[in-house]
Design a protein around this ligand. Structure first.
Ligand code: SF4
Length: 216
């Protein structure tokens, strides 16, 4: 079932994926900036601010040298400024302690300011094509609905991460696509309030989708 899950998900991704600016790059700094912005902001809004921020701070060293006020100004309109100051602090730490190069494994990334397990996984897979999971709320929802249908069972976050880890392809390029695809499915089809099961490629294998199909 897990192989079928990945195969169907990747086939869906090939025809349904949105073309978003941060999906066209593997530059770790650019991936990192997109992940910080996307933490609490809608995709459409990030797509508007992302190029502007990168024009002003095109690389990690430029950001590390910037004044806090300039960073805040460039973030203006995105809200949740703690993200901007964490990103700025991170750039300084990486510049000082890592020769300006972002680490490529989640275990190191997670030690940096403002980086939790999701962002660490996302940078590792989206920038460095590492075969690791990146479980955000969209991904957790898809995995929970597909594999844990019972209304009684509410899997712990650790269970969701462990299961997702077993789904991620070992090949880095496929892992990149898998992580993008499952996130995209959660954003477009397996949405929080009313999942669009009738449009979902995973329905035949999904415990929740099969149950809803069986309802009169
Ligand atoms: S079939 Fe429905 S519940 Fe299952 S993954 Fe697809 S959209 Fe989500």
């Amino acid at each position: 079932m897990r192989t079928a899950f990945t195969r169907k998900l990747l086939a869906w991704w090939a025809r349904a994926a949105r073309d978003l600016p941060w999906r066209r790059t593997r530059d770790p700094y650019r991936v990192l900036v997109s992940e910080f912005m996307l933490q609490q902001t809608q995709v459409a809004r990030v797509a508007e601010y992302y190029p502007r921020f990168l024009e002003r701070f095109p690389d990690l060293e430029t950001l590390a040298r910037a004044r806090p006020r300039a960073v805040r100004e460039a973030w203006d309109g995105l809200g949740y400024y703690a993200r901007a100051s964490n990103l700025h602090a991170l750039a300084r730490v990486v510049s000082r302690d890592h020769d300006g190069k972002l680490p490529d494994v989640p275990e190191e990334l997670v030690k940096l300011p403002g980086v939790g397990p999701y962002t660490a996984g996302a940078v590792a897979t989206f920038a460095y094509e590492k075969p690791v999971p990146a479980v955000d709320t969209n991904v957790a929802r898809v995995v929970r609905r597909v594999f844990f249908a019972s209304r009684i069972s509410h899997p712990a976050s650790r269970q969701i991460w462990d299961l997702t880890r077993t789904l991620v392809p070992k090949n880095g390029k496929r892992a990149w696509k898998f992580n993008q695809a499952i996130m995209e499915l959660g954003a477009l089809i397996c949405v929080a309030r009313k999942p669009r099961c009738e449009q979902c490629p995973l329905r035949p294998d999904c415990k929740t989708g099969r149950r809803s199909a069986a309802r009169p």
